[in-house]
Design a protein around this ligand. Structure first.
Ligand code: S3P
Length: 433
């Protein structure tokens, strides 16, 4: 079991580039595999989650070179060129792989089976299997609606008009991928904006989409043309450094080439509302995705009521934001975020327990948390195998009064290989043991 030991205090300084965006990396391999022609990817996240997707497509006969220094070459087989895998596809810890693949595989001629680690096998999959069944798919799951998912091939799917009950980009993307194989039109309405990388990449590959506020539709039976993809650095990985530099006096960091898609920038908005000093430099467009360098300097933070419309736009950043709230003056309140309970861990409970173990007044609620800012003590916390919990508590040490030991940190490699080295180079006293 990997444990992080983090010494208290210090500041974060310098320029750094965090690894590639996880959501875009998954989609680059999926859509590159289904495209006609060769997709050359740079900046690909060489983390276990996106590698699980890459290996799944190799297992379905796609010729993929790399990754090598973030470069991947995918020789697309077209929408109907995938082959039956020899065994179950093991997607490790990756919910994005499982939910997006379930839609894509429901439209294939062959049967397939999706499995993963203990966390992934306990996460809710009915949110994808139910709408896919309405499209004519046949997918067997456990009685609880969890994986293994056994997907029956050879079914002709039909387009549906589906209103998402929860704001989820994974479910939206799953249905759009199934829609590529469906007869007629597939439309997805979302209750609040969620990340739109699938829509942007489909459009970039020449697939016609109709987009209007809160709704996206596509017609089955088109084709995708390969394009080169430059994956920006992941704002969700940058978030740990945005929080770390904001809370640690004397910090100043520039985070290079970070994706700033407006469906992902809730963390910037929330931190700025708390008083953070974050500037976007050299804003540019890279292959249909906005990118900027982010400059962050230490600033005194104050507690806020987090605007509920920001929740889906910052859904992966709440573990880090809870640490910011613990260091802020006054009370921070989050509500409307019950989805945090079904992520890689129950992020409300696990963060609440860890913050309390460090002496912070953090009170979990069914759909959020109430945190009173104040001193952070040292101690031992458990990440429950959740990468974002581990990295958030590592940053908390910058303001702690004693050292922090964080158990069960191996899964940091799912999204942020090299975290310990990069954070150490910036000034955090962290070692993995
Ligand atoms: C993701 C969507 C989000 C997010 C996850 C990645 C994606 O999940 O939490 O880390 O790439 O589509 P939900 O769709 O469950 O909100």
């Amino acid at each position: 079991m990997t444990t992080f030991h983090v010494e208290p205090g210090g500041a974060l300084r310098g320029r750094l580039r965090v690894p590639g965006d996880k959501s875009i990396s998954h989609r680059s391999v999926m859509l590159g595999s289904l495209a006609e022609g060769t997709t050359r990817i740079s900046g690909f996240l060489e983390g276990e989650d996106s590698l699980a997707t890459l290996n799944a497509f190799r297992a379905m006969g796609v010729d993929i070179e790399g990754p090598d220094g973030g470069r991947v070459v995918v020789r697309g087989v077209g929408l109907h060129g995938l082959k039956a895998p020899a065994g179950a596809l093991d997607l490790g810890n990756s919910g994005t792989s499982m939910r997006l693949l379930s839609g894509l595989l429901a439209g294939q001629a062959f049967d397939s089976e999706l499995v993963g680690d203990a966390s992934l096998m306990s996460r809710p999959m009915r949110r994808v299997t139910e709408p896919l069944a309405r499209m004519g798919a046949r997918i067997d799951s456990t009685e609880k609606g969890t994986a293994p998912l056994r997907i029956h091939g050879g079914r002709q799917l039909r387009g549906i008009d589906y209103e998402l009950p929860v704001a989820s980009a994974q479910v939206k993307s799953c249905l759009l991928l199934a829609g590529l194989y469906a007869e007629g039109r597939t439309c997805v309405r979302e209750p609040a904006p969620t990340r739109d990388h699938t829509e942007r990449m489909l459009a970039g590959m020449g697939y016609a989409l109709e987009r209007e506020a809160g709704r996206v539709c596509l017609q089955g039976g088109g084709r995708l043309e390969a394009v080169d993809i430059d994956v920006p650095a992941d704002i969700s990985s940058a978030a740990f450094f945005l929080v770390g530099a904001s809370i640690a006096p004397g910090s100043e960091l520039v985070l290079e080439h970070v994706g700033t898609n407006p469906t992902r920038t809730g963390v910037l908005e929330i931190l700025r509302l708390m008083g953070a000093d974050i500037e976007l430099l050299d804003e540019r467009d890279v292959g249909g995705e906005p990118v900027a360098d982010l400059r962050v300097r230490h600033a005194p933070l104050h507690g806020i009521d987090i605007p509920v419309e920001q929740v889906p736009l910052a859904i992966d950043e709440f573990p880090a934001l809870f640490v910011a709230a613990a260091c802020a003056e006054g009370r921070t309140r989050l509500s409307g975020a019950e989805e945090l309970r079904v992520k890689e861990s129950d992020r409300i409970q696990v963060m609440g327990d860890g913050l309390q173990a460090l002496g912070v007044d953090a009170r979990p609620t069914p759909d959020g948390m109430i945190i009173e800012g104040g001193p952070i003590g040292g101690g031992r916390v458990h990440s429950h195998g959740d990468h974002r919990i581990a990295m958030s508590f590592a940053m908390a040490a910058l303001r702690a009064q004693g050292s922090i030991d964080i158990d069960d940190c191996a899964n940091v490699n799912t999204s942020f290989p090299g975290f310990v080295e990069l954070a150490s180079a910036a000034g955090l006293s962290v070692v993995a043991g």
